[in-house]
Design a protein around this ligand. Structure first.
Ligand code: HEM
Length: 369
């Protein structure tokens, strides 16, 4: 039977529809309007495009996408550069912290925020600096805590230096013992990175230690003949110690203090706190152009210039990420019906001025299941 006019029209319409779908779903997904190739990314659906790939915890979905498609990944309706922070191994540790706090919230438990955040930062820094999590044989946190504690003690030798050889309080001996323990751990880590000996079955990925090892036996400045200084194993260990001591504690201290202030000032209309007769108004920095990275001297938490903190970018990312997650996922209140202004804010002397007592708070999970 010859095709009728109507059936020819239906056939043409169907072909046009298929062509349109092909253009939008295949060609257009991979090319921009000028025909240039776009970064890879998941297939988009009509109308909703890529919304379906962002799940309940979008940062985790983005993390998985970045692992699959690389650092530059395209989402339809949004062309997205995945920030490096989301790719840091920090995210896995942070996820497990959120999960464990969620369990405490369900059980109605009070959470030791100082303890949990301290552990988390230790895990993140171990992973970043050594490429190893602490549960793979290197728990440096107790060693760092011990070192910080010893530096915090009143040491008479600091004030009467000629008493130092006597080491009356034994602080020097204890510090030497701790430093020996650090040395043993760093030796093992360097060997592991140099020779790839299988450390509890774990192969470390490229990390800070690898970078330091690649500089071993190299002159510090090959263009400066007057400075034939060669990087040796001891230099690597000293830098590792510097990085470890500077990173394990301070970010956690900052997060816990920020959290304490949030608990003390749950709403905007709370009465301003007075410190030393002056009003403490941290919100005065909101909307201002003050740069905390050492350019404006009103606020220099990382110091400034050549000796400024080299871990600043990492610290800014970590502190924001952890605080944001804890505040986004949970509502928090002080335990035992304590009023915000009753929260103990005493601090102890030390390298990083931590809270005198651990910060305890009661979480309620606030996201939809
Ligand atoms: C919120 C967290 C942090 C704060 C507030 C902070 C702050 C500081 C400050 C004020 C200094 C002294 C700067 C100066 O003398 O001008 C410093 C030094 C240092 N920081 Fe940080 N820091 C933080 C996190 C980190 C992290 C995460 C790392 C490493 C991964 C790090 C590594 C270092 C090192 C190695 C030094 C010694 C630099 C030198 O003496 O040349 N810091 N930090």
């Amino acid at each position: 039977m010859p095709p009728t006019f109507v059936s020819v029209l239906i056939l043409i319409g169907t072909l046009c529809t298929f062509f349109y779908i092909f253009r939008t779903t295949v060609f257009r997904q991979n090319h921009d309007k000028n025909g240039r190739k776009l970064p890879p990314g998941p297939c988009a659906l009509p109308i909703i495009r890529n919304i379906h790939v962002l799940e309940k915890l979008p940062h985790q979905s983005l993390h998985h996408l970045a692992k699959r498609y690389g650092l530059k990944c395209k989402l339809q309706n949004t062309c997205l550069m995945v920030p490096r922070a989301w790719l840091l191994p920090s995210t896995a540790h942070l996820r497990s912290l959120v999960e464990s706090v969620k369990k405490s919230a369900v059980a109605g438990e009070v959470v030791d925020l100082s303890g949990r955040v301290g552990e988390l930062i230790g895990d993140i820094m171990s992973q970043i600096i050594f490429g190893l999590a602490k549960d793979h044989g290197f728990n440096l946190k107790p060693l760092i805590d011990q070192t910080i504690h010893l530096h915090r003690l009143f040491n008479i030798s600091d004030f009467i230096p000629y008493l130092a050889p006597l080491d009356i309080q034994g602080i020097g001996r204890r510090l030497k013992r701790t430093s020996k323990l650090f040395d043993i751990v760093f030796e093992k880590i360097i060997d592991e990175h140099l020779h790839g000996t299988d450390l509890e079955g774990l192969k470390p990925h490229k990390d800070f230690v690898d970078m330091m090892i690649s500089m071993l036996n190299q002159p510090m400045n090959p263009h400066d003949e007057e400075q034939p200084y060669i990087i040796e194993r001891n230099n690597v260990k000293a830098i590792l110690l510097d990085m470890t001591a500077a990173s394990f504690d301070i970010s956690a201290v900052v997060i816990v203090w920020a959290f304490s202030e949030i608990l003390r000032h749950p709403s905007d209309d709370s009465s301003p706190t007075r410190v030393g007769g002056r009003e403490f108004l941290p919100e005065r920095f909101i909307g201002s152009n003050i740069d905390p990275r050492g350019h404006d001297f009103e606020l220099t938490p990382f110091g400034s210039g050549r000796r400024g903190c080299p871990g600043m970018q990492l610290a800014l990312i970590t502190v924001r990420l952890v605080l944001a997650q804890l505040i986004h996922c949970f509502d928090w209140e002080s335990p035992d019906g304590m009023q915000p202004n009753e929260l103990d804010m005493s601090e102890i002397f030390g390298l990083s001025l931590p809270r005198a007592n651990h910060l305890l708070a009661k979480p309620t999970y606030r996201l939809l299941e």
